[in-house]
Design a protein around this ligand. Structure first.
Ligand code: ADP
Length: 378
């Protein structure tokens, strides 16, 4: 907010070829409390003075010998990149007022001066000008912050990508050599040593899964990735069911779907999305066999999908946090890396959609997500 102290200390330039007018205006401004008022009687000096001092307001006489106020305004326009003229013209001629406003002046004060009018107009014009500058500074600072965040985000993405990619190789070595150790020394290792190697293998395997998911997560956010083909989501659903065949059979799950649309996107990303949601619905099942249904509805120019299960449910206070990376609500009893839903969110958001959850503990969960509908989609 602009305070009255800011307004009273704003830089003002008074331009009038008549010394008496200059002194009169300066006197009025001084009485009103303005503390930073300069003046000149030479219109040729104005542009140079403005370039140096960037006044918040110029009180400009229009009729001056040699160079009139209109010419001064033309000169000022060349200095202000935005074309904004912080000019209040002072004139005795009625027809000059409109012309001055059309030439870019922000307001006018009539001669002979009226103290109250001058004070009100100077105050108003300064308030608007300072607010305008303040907004500009805020948006500049905001842009800079956004740029910095984008840069650091990109750095983090690159780091996560490189780390998850490069760490896979040494981990594979650990699992392979642990395997070799067990197989090559079968019967020769005591049970405690075998247990230790088993822990090493399991730990490394878990980390490999985590890195693979992290890699998928960073890839899903890669800039180069654009929706490029029409994908029949019925086919994706069948593909995912096939991939999850074992888990479906083991859990006795019934996985069904309504008619799903064809949307613009990328085959592998939709497989990830549906696979993560359906496999979670199987993983976080309750006492009864899982019943999972996938449906889609076209409303308000977008597709709204729902993946509904009858599983253990989610506490409402976790509805938002579960979409964060590494966020898990259940301990190691149920395997997972805590990245699945973060990947789903990334995929959906990259396509311009939203994802959210509704759930009742002990009864089941529905994950909703939207994808923009377009003329090509059906
Ligand atoms: P995870 O690898 O742990 O499954 P996700 O990111 O896929 O990671 O899910 C985050 C957490 O959200 C899970 O740990 C689980 O607690 C909860 N969750 C996800 N889907 C369901 C679901 N269908 N029913 C109940 N809880 C779920």
């Amino acid at each position: 907010m602009v305070s009255s102290a800011d307004i009273l200390s704003a830089k003002i330039l008074v331009v009038d070829d008549q010394e008496a007018h200059v002194e009169l205006i300066k006197g009025m401004l001084r009485v009103a409390g303005y503390t930073s008022v300069e003046s000149t009687t030479d219109p040729n000096e104005v542009c140079e003075l403005y370039r140096k001092n960037r006044y918040s307001l110029i009180l400009l006489d229009l009729q001056m010998p040699g160079m009139d106020g209109f010419q001064v305004m033309e000169g000022l326009k060349g200095i202000e990149a935005t074309g904004y003229l912080p000019v209040l013209v002072t004139t005795a001629q009625r027809d000059h007022k409109l012309r001055a406003l059309e030439a870019g002046a922000k307001d006018f004060v009539s001669k002979p001066f009226d103290q109250a009018e001058l004070r009100a107009r100077v105050h108003n014009i300064l308030e608007v000008r300072l607010l305008n500058l303040e907004t500009k500074n805020y948006s500049k600072a905001l842009e800079e912050t956004v740029r910095k965040l984008e840069r650091s985000n990109m750095d983090l993405e690159r780091f996560a990508f490189a780390a998850s990619h490069d760490l896979q190789e040494p981990l594979r070595m650990i699992t392979n050599y642990s395997q070799l150790l067990i197989e090559g020394h079968r019967g020769r290792l005591d049970s405690e040593a075998e247990l230790c190697v088993d822990f090493i293998t399991k730990g490394a395997k878990q980390m490999l899964d985590l890195l693979a998911n992290l890699l998928t997560y960073t890839e899903a956010g890669a800039d180069s990735w654009e929706p490029n083909e029409f994908i029949d989501l019925n086919a994706i659903f069948e593909k995912v069911k096939q991939k999850l065949k074992l888990a479906i059979e083991e859990s006795g799950a019934v996985v069904s779907s309504g008619n799903l649309p064809t949307v613009l996107g990328h085959d592998a990303r939709f497989v990830q999305l549906f696979q993560n949601l359906i496999s979670n619905a199987i993983k976080y099942r309750g006492k009864q066999s899982p019943r999972i249904h996938v449906s889609a509805e076209y409303r308000h120019a977008e597709w709204r999908f729902a993946v509904t299960d009858n599983g253990i449910g989610i506490n409402p206070e976790d509805f938002l946090t579960i979409f964060g990376v590494f966020k898990r609500l259940h301990g190691s009893a149920i395997p997972g890396t805590g990245i699945g839903l973060a990947i789903c969110r990334r995929v959906v958001e990259r396509y311009g959609g939203r994802i959210w959850v509704e759930s009742t503990l002990g009864q089941g969960t529905t994950f909703y997500f939207t994808l923009p509908g377009s003329a090509g989609n059906s």
